[in-house]
Design a protein around this ligand. Sequence first.
Ligand code: SAH
Length: 368
Amino acid sequence: MSATPPLSQVPAVGNNVQIPAEMLDQSKSALTPLLGASLTQLTEWVQQQGQPAYRGRQLHGWIYQKGARSFGDITVFPKQWRETVADVPIGRSTLHYRSEAPDGTVKYLLRMADGQIIETVGIPTSKRLTVCVSSQVGCPMACDFCATGKGGFTRNLKRHEIVDQVLTVQEDFGQRVSNVVFMGMGEPLLNLEAVVEAVQSINQDVGIGVRSLTISTVGIAGRIRQLAEHQLQITFAVSLHASNQALREQLIPSAKRYPLEALLDECREYVQLTGRRVTFEYILLAGLNDLPEHAVELAGHLRGFQTHVNLIPYNPISEVDYQRPSPRRIQDFVDVLQQHHIAVSVRRSRGLEKDAACGQLRASKSLV
Ligand code: SAH
């Protein structure tokens, strides 16, 4: 499953060991960062460095609980060893920009080791702290209503770059993160391996319950099945957004290659393979896909499906002139779905004032 070399194979720095090319982080010709590694992997690694096994647990605690950014921070380690491994990267980002919306939502622009910038959002409520993480720098899917899609795709994020986002928000709020949603920049199923590894680390190393982690996808043929095979007990959400194929194609270019029926079939397979329900996300665009007949059509597709529909009233972006429906229209849509016995909720937009809401992430400081 993993393309990342086991840490046990990462050679010590400074002892003249030749480092095989596949162990180099190609973006920076650096060693594999430690962030995202499990307790077992870290323990093996410290032992390989000639250190006692208990230093593995110490290292794990310093990385995941105490926010160590380099070996220099880990003051419990002998000075001489800290100097020997000083070049081994932990894998933390640097804060490029932070802005807080009046509702308490915080948007972060984070700089990766290669200089690329991504957005992460921290969303506090009275009981929870949710982090919306990015899985890619940009996004290739080009959905018409999404700001990220307008900016194109640069690269996939690595495991450590995803885990880092959770730690960054946790440290900034000084509060434990309760939920993580893969709803920032990017299409998680196009970066499945790193996303699965990050999910495992966020669960086991950062310590967030796996059911409190949500992966959201617009749907990539064959990848929903692949995700199901990992048997993660995550919450799984699919961005449906349309009640028929023609409408979906209009909004989502990739729908042409992956028809609605095929997507729904793969979602049924997901339910069978995992025993978990699928949440369908549905953006509401006034006059376009928010009419009662669309709700009836949607309900028809979801008949017999163990599901939940999450309606997302459109958050404005500058490039297109879609409109958010009125509260009355939204309620009408809800009512029709409920009449068809479909569980439904409406997503509250958080961070709108700071361009931090769903679909508004573009790794930019300026308000457009
Ligand atoms: N690529 C993943 C994650 C994207 S963002 C996916 O497509 O699911 C998470 C959600 O925000 C998706 O449902 C996405 O369609 C939605 N979204 C995108 N742009 C939006 C906008 N302008 N207003 C409201 N929701 C939007």
